[in-house]
Design a protein around this ligand. Structure first.
Ligand SMILES: *Cc1c(COP(=O)(O)O)cnc(C)c1O
Length: 501
């Protein structure tokens, strides 16, 4: 069965998977969504004996139906190889009564690697399939982790250039160092004087700027996106939920058909949406617990049905979740509006014009799978300390938000369902916040002293990604105002426009 992709903002646009991947964003700033969610028609016994790569093929082949078997298998092989430091790719660790699904064993030690190690291959394959001759320019806004993972995925990939915008004062020192030391002649890293939402808005504006697209076209380029709005990122993320369930089943942790909960530390709503798609495929999932930090727009939304971004933007110790406009939520809104582009457009226009929208009670009824929770900075730090003291297991700040929200959920509901917590970053990526949470005395140490201290304390080897940047030279120092992102892109591509005369 062919799965097509339609536009959340224009019902007349329908494309094949490879075209959706190439385009990134649909017309009118809409997002591509599958017209049907394919069923996971493989017995759990069979899934339970599959490797990560085999699971990836089983899941992705059902969504990316215009890829040949050979094309897709090649993409998977190139993505999930020794760049990951464990053959399991996404191991499940059981600690304190929950299962932590470690999604940080890739090149940049955050969960973005799960999708961004395969996206470049999906894109290049899509370009070939669609006879695209232009070079592809990847434009990315990052709250910290996407940027490095995208850079690592695309660096020196022929036929591509990649430009990453990050909030100059909004990422952790290690995140910034990871990005500005990126090698590859086709890479550009830019710190913007603004926050993530401004970076993301700037990127979206460039995508829908027809004049800019025309200038690129004339110069032999075309844009695509590595942001989590690209369906080529969403689909690979469904894989690890299926894999996690199959692993639990294989180890006897759950009975056939037993329903589990999944807790996801959420920012742009991509990771948890992938879990929602997994559930729609038929994976036995009961609750999807959406965990926010102090930027708790989503918590408020799930509680009241009002999405309201008009509030102070708070910088927290879980910067990859410091987001007030969760782009992928639009895909859920479209869904609960009954796959109705018009209704969705109405709400998205409200969001653009007033910064908020209210869903109908019919729509809210369809959100019962979701439970929204949040953890503030003190609760997040306390959870890191508690888990460490109880079990010796050290989690990063984002995972700690999820873990803290799960504790609150347990206290509130006494739900005994087995629960998977998406563990989205290595604690080594947020060493200072993690170590300070365990003991204030660590604050006096330098970043790399802390890395070594954490390694001893958690009994985990320092990841390669951290070793690499210890002595690496800074190769990028471009900065710009949020208003100048367009010109920065053109300069990098060597385009000088007529309109500037
Ligand atoms: C990106 C990111 C998140 C948020 O994921 P979304 O898919 O944007 O909701 C959470 N934790 C970490 C470490 C991340 O890098």
């Amino acid at each position: 069965m062919e799965v097509l992709y339609t536009n959340t903002r224009d019902a007349s646009e329908t494309v094949r998977a490879s075209q959706a991947i190439l385009n990134g964003l649909a017309k009118k700033s809409g997002l591509y969504v599958p017209t049907v969610i394919p069923k996971l028609d493989i017995p759990m016994e069979e899934l339970a004996s599959m490797t990560y790569q085999e699971t990836a093929y089983a899941v992705m082949s059902r969504f990316l139906t215009d890829f040949t078997e050979e094309e897709l298998r090649t993409c998977i092989e190139r993505a999930y190889d020794s760049k990951f430091d464990t053959p399991k790719i996404a191991p499940l660790v059981s600690a304190d009564g929950a299962y932590y699904l470690e999604l940080f064993h890739g090149a940049t030690i955050a969960f973005k690697d799960m999708a961004l190690s395969i996206l470049p291959h999906l894109l290049i394959t899509s370009a070939r399939k669609n006879n695209v001759e232009h070079d592809i320019v990847i434009l990315t806004a990052t709250s910290g982790d996407t940027g490095k993972a995208a850079l690592a995925g695309f660096a020196d990939v022929k036929g591509t250039k990649i430009i990453v915008f990050y909030p100059k004062n909004g990422v952790s020192p290690i995140q910034e160092k990871q990005m500005v030391t990126q090698k590859g002649g086709n890479t550009l890293v830019v710190g913007i004087h603004g926050n993530f939402d401004q970076a993301q808005t700037g990127v979206k504006q460039m995508f829908s700027d027809e004049a800019l697209r025309a200038e690129l076209d004339a110069a032999g380029y075309q844009f695509s996106s590595a942001n989590s709005i690209n369906i080529g990122r969403l689909v690979p993320q469904i894989v690890y939920y299926v894999y996690a369930y199959a692993q639990m089943y294989a180890s006897g942790g759950i009975a056939p058909g037993e329903r589990i909960n999944i807790v996801v530390p959420t920012g742009n709503f991509g990771n948890i949406l992938a879990a929602f798609y997994a559930k729609n495929m038929g994976l036995p999932i009961e609750k999807l617990i959406c965990a926010s930090n102090e930027n708790k727009v989503l918590y408020d939304f799930f509680s009241s049905g009002l999405y309201d971004k008009n509030r102070e933007f708070i910088l927290t110790s879980s910067p990859s979740m410091d987001i007030l406009i969760s782009s992928n939520l639009e895909r859920l809104i479209y869904r609960i509006a009954g796959d109705d582009a018009e209704k969705n457009v109405y709400l998205m226009n409200r969001l653009a014009e007033t910064g908020k929208y209210m869903i109908t009670s019919d729509m809210k009824d369809k959100l019962r799978t979701f439970y929204g929770g949040f953890a503030d900075e003190a609760e997040t730090a306390a959870e890191i300390r508690r888990l460490y003291r109880h079990t010796g297991y050290v989690v990063d700040t984002h995972t700690a938000v999820a873990s803290a929200v799960y504790q609150k959920y347990l206290a509130e509901t006494n739900d005994t369902a087995k629960t998977v917590i998406a563990s989205t970053a290595s604690p080594f990526k947020f060493t200072r916040s993690v170590m300070n949470a365990i003991d204030k005395k660590y604050d006096a140490m330098s970043d790399f002293e802390l890395v070594d201290e954490l390694s001893g304390l958690a009994n985990v080897k320092v990841p390669q990604a951290i070793e690499e940047i210890r002595h690496a030279a800074v190769l990028h120092d471009t900065e710009c105002d949020a208003d100048d992102m367009r010109d920065t892109v053109k300069k990098f591509l060597g385009i000088y426009s007529e309109r500037q005369k």
